[in-house]
Design a protein around this ligand. Structure first.
Ligand code: FSO
Ligand code: SF4
Length: 552
């Protein structure tokens, strides 16, 4: 295997025997083969789309399958192998769609080669051999943009694919809420299909920015799907310690799964707690209306082994980031949607009866914990409802600067940088945060500024859309560009959703972003140099030095 798609990749050199995340060689190989197969589906679906034909079943399969290859989602070799075989059938369906559309349009259907003509081998061993042909050679880790050589091209192709993986995750969550985006799926097909053809490095950088543009549209769509379904988030105090009684812990990002579980547990005397990226759910009116949505429990995804171990109820993982479960809670853990781990019961659909039964069989909490709380729910609607106050505070100098300190959390050392940075942000500045990286500092009291909390939790990683909306609104109010605002962005990245968000920021022309704790291994020195020259994208250094530079 060779995998370097996330920040955790082994010593920055790619995971080559087993993933640091726990992904084994066969699963990694089949995930690479699945992406190859999905390129074949896309070759046909893209051409069918150009002739005005689409098929929601193809869209749903492609989006869920790309999502399944994202870091910390699907670790089940058998399930990935099934997806590979299904991909070949879906490719045939896409070919038939294209052929029929061509007949309708009176044009010739062109025969396609490459992934479009691929056939899956009959046995697992032969399938794995096919997958090995799609592996990225480890020697491709460093490229050379100057020579436009194959290594550089391969690294840039992977950048595009990783961005698409992030897009697919967000598109999947929107799809689960019944929000379909045919134009976005068409762009996914266009880009995956393009990757089957030769491109220069410059063209691939253009495709990467196109992924950023696509991601903006998808996170906007997801924001609309969330707010139309559950109402616009409003600030909400969230209990940090459990209440006495039976309990279910819900992790991941999928609000639709959480809502279904809340409906199915209403009146059963079971309290529902959010974990990790599910925390912002407490801000949505239709979710917080459930009295048994009792609070938040534990920390970010990297704390799950200790959090799940100690939790005396059942646990539902609705999306990434799942880690190898400890035996102590494997039988109390359930996966849903695109998530899978061998030996962990998977809920196909949204009938959570097994999760509820496991919660009822577990002891639950013996007593109430302290009543401490934190506040979430500062989406763009909530923040922009006090835009006048914020703008006045900036104009009078009472509010000096905004710091967006957010992104993914991860296990690698060096992430205490984000805690220290947040602690050192001066009192006349406001911290905006989002995604699971916030757990590095979100239980601290940062006080208030002009009646506003100094720490504003905008939501999940996809709620980067809220940050962009707020920045765009402030830029309009001050009649300047986003880059001219008193705003500094310091991002932590871990997996491919963060790659998609970064590409969106670059597509928007946002400059001076700091990123850490390490730079992506798939961005070669030449590409990093280019991004530095064009966008002043830079690695984090120390909290003190970075803060001085940002305030300076
Ligand atoms: Fe975190 Fe995991 Fe939300 Fe990621 S839980 S690391 S960027 O999946 O998506 O922030
Ligand atoms: Fe390694 Fe990350 Fe790939 Fe897992 S997803 S195998 S940790 S690079």
């Amino acid at each position: 295997m060779f995998c370097y798609q996330c920040e955790q990749t082994s010593q920055g050199q790619g995971c080559q025997v087993i993933g640091v995340c726990g992904k084994d060689e066969n699963t990694a190989t089949l995930q690479d083969l699945l992406i190859h197969a999905l390129k074949g589906v896309s070759q046909y679906a893209h051409r069918a789309g150009q002739l005005g034909a689409s098929d929601p079943e193809i869209d749903a399969f492609v989006i869920e399958s790309i999502f399944a290859t994202l870091t910390n989602v699907n670790f089940d070799e058998d399930r990935v192998a099934e997806l590979v075989y299904e991909a070949a059938q879906v490719r045939d369906r896409a070919r038939a769609l294209y052929t029929a559309a061509a007949v309708n349009a009176g044009v010739a259907a062109l025969p396609l080669s490459g992934p479009a003509a691929w056939q899956p081998a009959a046995t697992r061993e032969a399938l794995l051999a096919q997958g090995r042909e799609q592996l990225i050679p480890a020697s491709y880790l460093t490229g050379n943009l100057v020579n436009n050589d194959n290594k550089e091209i391969k690294n840039l192709e992977e950048l595009v694919v990783y961005g698409l993986k992030g897009v697919a995750a967000y598109a999947y969550h929107a799809m689960m809420l019944g929000s379909s985006a045919p134009a976005a799926y068409a762009t996914v097909y266009e880009i995956l299909s393009a990757l089957t053809e030769p491109h220069t490095a410059e063209e691939l950088l253009g495709l990467a920015l196109k992924v950023g543009e696509l991601n903006y549209a998808v996170i906007e769509q997801l924001d609309h799907a969330h707010t139309e379904t559950f109402g616009a988030p409003t600030p909400a105090a969230v209990r940090l310690h459990p209440l006495k009684g039976k309990a279910i812990l819900v992790s991941g990002h999928d609000l639709h799964d959480l809502y279904q579980l809340l409906l199915q547990t209403d009146g059963l005397g079971i309290n529902i707690y959010t974990h990790g990226e599910m925390l912002p759910a407490h801000g949505y009116p239709k979710l917080k209306a459930f009295k048994h949505l009792a609070g938040n429990y534990g920390g970010a995804w990297i704390d799950q082994a200790q959090d799940f171990d100690a939790f005396p109820g059942s646990i539902l993982m609705t999306s990434n980031c799942i880690q190898q479960p400890k035996p102590s809670y494997t039988k109390r853990l359930f996966t849903a949607g695109a998530v899978a781990w061998p030996g962990v019961e998977h809920i196909a659909g949204t009938d959570f009866a097994p999760v509820i039964a496991a919660a009822l069989a577990a002891p639950g909490f013996a007593e109430d914990g302290p009543a401490d709380s934190i506040t979430t729910g500062f989406g763009h609607n909530a923040v922009l409802s006090v835009a006048g106050t914020v703008i006045d505070a900036v104009k009078t100098g009472a509010l000096r600067r905004f710091f967006l300190i957010g992104g993914c959390d991860g296990a690698r050392s060096g992430r205490s940088y984000y805690t220290e940075l947040a602690e050192q942000v001066p009192q006349d500045c406001i911290i905006l945060t989002l995604a699971c990286g916030k757990y590095r500092f979100n239980k601290q009291d940062f006080g208030t500024l002009g009646g506003l909390p100094r720490l504003l939790d905008l939501g999940q990683c996809n709620d980067a859309y809220s940050a962009l909306k707020i920045a765009q609104a402030l830029a309009a109010a001050f009649e300047c560009g986003v880059n001219d605002l008193p705003l500094s962005l310091v991002l932590s990245w871990y997996e491919q959703k963060a790659v998609a968000i970064l590409l969106t920021l670059l597509w928007m022309g946002v400059r001076n972003i700091r990123i850490g704790p390490t730079l992506p291994a798939f961005l070669s020195p030449a590409v990093l140099k280019l991004l530095n020259e064009n966008y002043n994208l830079m690695p984090i250094t120390t909290p003190e030095a970075d803060l001085a530079a940002m305030l300076g």
